[in-house]
Design a protein around this ligand. Sequence first.
Ligand SMILES: O=C[C@H](O)[C@H](O)[C@H](O)COP(=O)(O)O
Length: 230
Amino acid sequence: MSEIEKRQAAAKALEEIQSGMRIGLGTGSTARHFVELLGERVADGLDCLCVPTSEVTAQQAASLNIPLTNLETIDRLDVTVDGADEIGPGLALIKGGGGALLREKIVAAASDQMVVIADASKVVDALGRFALPIEVNRFGLGATRRALELVLSDHQAEGALKLRSDGAGTDFVTDGGHLIFDAFFGRISAPEALSLALLNVPGVVQHGLFLGLCKRAYVATPDGVRTLND
Ligand SMILES: O=C[C@H](O)[C@H](O)[C@H](O)COP(=O)(O)O
């Protein structure tokens, strides 16, 4: 996806933002454009209060003087704008390619609406081509891995579990201090059942299937931005 298309999708989502709104700020290269554009509106006098979904987004937003708060101080958000790794039927999503899935899901669930911004390559007929991130507690990692392997086998995963590395030979650690397994399914035919099975593993903190959360997606194509509704 070109940066131009990411920005076009972000600009479309920005049209939904009105003064006084409480906004969840997503994470990733597409959400980054939204935060940048929101920062311009704030500089022009827009009144808003935002909850970031990662330390990276918090730093970006703070650098743009976007007013930030948290979910202890406020109960609900009007809207969350975030990217996605895959957008499947019914606007079911895979998220967490950047490791922010836990905070992203907490913030999306506390929002009246979740709006996703992406390019057309993210839209799929069935979820699972992108590896599903599964955030796990470090304690009991071997036991969690074995339990997850059973879940993968029950759900006909095409590949193995892979503990995410940070690229420098050490484990990737999330903002919450957890680790991530990436699970290669190929095709997820029963997302709801898979979600429940994963959450049933004691060491699993959260997974990157976002089901029933996204209300609208703005998908940038070379011919313009398409709107998908759930
Ligand atoms: O953990 C990261 C998030 O779920 C991102 O929103 C997702 O990976 C999409 O990122 P990008 O916009 O960079 O493709």
